[in-house]
Design a protein around this ligand. Structure first.
Ligand code: SF4
Length: 378
């Protein structure tokens, strides 16, 4: 029986953050109930396929899954359990939550259903910065949320934090990290703000109404993060992700290791047998469809070359890098033969380190990671 990870998309948020281009929106009356019904239909239609695999990890993302009421959560969780077969004994089940939408009743419900990891969108410790990027909550609410989750028995909590926000300087970032550390999370994701096309924040920056920190200052934030989190006992296991021992996010590792995953819900992406698929992004069509799986589109039929490239550049995101023995096992080709020249060049440039068959980013390579990833495109 093969392993499979599941992603469930909940596309609703209280209101849109100014930087966000994810598939999410404030809901209209009744939309959420109809969406949950459609999600149930999709799970049922995929049931035969899902039951052939063993579920390894589950991730409910969004949007804001913590917006769901306990009854709504129960309904989806019940559908999920009915449409899947065997689960790993210690399957990782994460739910994304946002402060301001979370209470003890919901947290208790998640816990009872088997959710064992919560990823909380905190972003910054300064309310003036949270307001500027359009978050709905204060930092005090983020702290309260962690308290609620601990009280409910969660012992695996991730906090999402953001660098490079408008009006943020190195001292703000240091304070954010200290405040986050004081909450003793098991995992921290520290991402740089990316200005996405079509977002109000990008418009404001273009029009000079918002100013982002200089590149040098943002780099100083990242470098400080590496030092500070290492000192606090967190291991960096990916460019932006840090965890206490044994708390690396197994679901994300599936993405970086090109494992199989099935997306459920609006716009959810899947990777199955070398094919990238995507559910429809049309909410009205999804809700209407009797069989929402009929609206899937195949994004890409990956060739062996595509798969080798992806496996290399996704794997290199991990601090442990990739193992060329595994490359041979997976693709039946000698990694040395395919990438020998590239590896040699990157090694000479000091961008990667090699120990026998294991290659990984050097400290310099971490700063120039995109350059390294691009080198693996054949
Ligand atoms: S809460 Fe997350 S998904 Fe929702 S609008 Fe904000 S960034 Fe986007």
């Amino acid at each position: 029986m093969s392993d499979l990870s599941l992603y469930i998309h909940i596309p609703f948020c209280v209101r849109k953050c100014r930087y966000c281009d994810f598939l999410s929106a404030p809901e209209n009356t009744g939309e959420r109930a109809r969406y949950i019904e459609a999600l149930g239909r999709e799970m049922k239609c995929r049931s035969e396929d899902l039951k052939k695999a063993r579920v390894k990890t589950i991730f409910w993302g969004g949007g804001t899954p913590s917006l769901l009421s306990p009854a709504e959560f129960r309904e989806i969780a019940k559908g999920l359990k009915t449409c899947t077969g065997e689960w790993d004994e210690d399957a990782e089940w994460t739910i994304e939550a946002n402060p301001g939408t979370l209470d003890a009743e919901k947290a208790g419900e998640w816990r009872r259903a088997g959710v064992n990891r919560v990823s909380l969108g905190v972003q910054a410790a300064q309310d003036r910065l949270l307001e500027r990027i359009g978050r709905i909550h204060t930092f005090r609410q983020a702290k309260e949320s962690v308290g609620i989750l601990r009280e409910a028995g969660f012992s695996n909590i991730n906090l999402d934090l953001m660098m490079g926000l408008p009006g943020q300087d190195l001292n703000d970032w240091k304070e954010t990290l200290e405040e986050a550390l004081s909450l003793a999370p098991e995992h921290l994701s520290c991402y740089s703000l990316i200005l996405e096309e079509g977002t109000p924040l990008l418009r404001a920056v273009r029009e000079g109404r918002e100013i982002l920190p200089e590149e040098e200052e943002e780099r100083a934030m990242y470098e400080y993060t590496l030092r500070r989190l290492e000192k606090a006992g967190y291991r960096q296991y990916e460019i932006s992700n840090f965890a206490k021992p044994r708390y690396a996010c197994r679901h994300n590792l599936v993405y970086w290791e090109l494992g199989e995953y099935q997306g459920l819900g609006l716009g959810a992406a899947s990777y199955r047998e070398g094919r990238r698929l995507k559910n429809t992004t049309d909410l009205a069509a999804y809700i209407r469809a009797e069989d929402p799986t009929k609206l899937d589109t195949v994004e890409e039929e990956s060739s062996l070359k595509d798969q080798m490239e992806e496996w290399m550049f996704l794997g290199m995101r991990k601090t442990e890098g990739v193992d060329l023995t595994e490359f041979r096992r997976r693709f039946g080709r000698d990694g040395e033969e395919v990438y020998g020249d590239v590896i040699g060049k990157l090694e000479r440039e000091g961008l990667i380190l090699r120990e026998r068959n294991q290659i990984r980013l050097s400290r310099r390579g971490l700063d120039l990671a995109n350059q390294v990833f691009a080198a693996f495109l054949l």
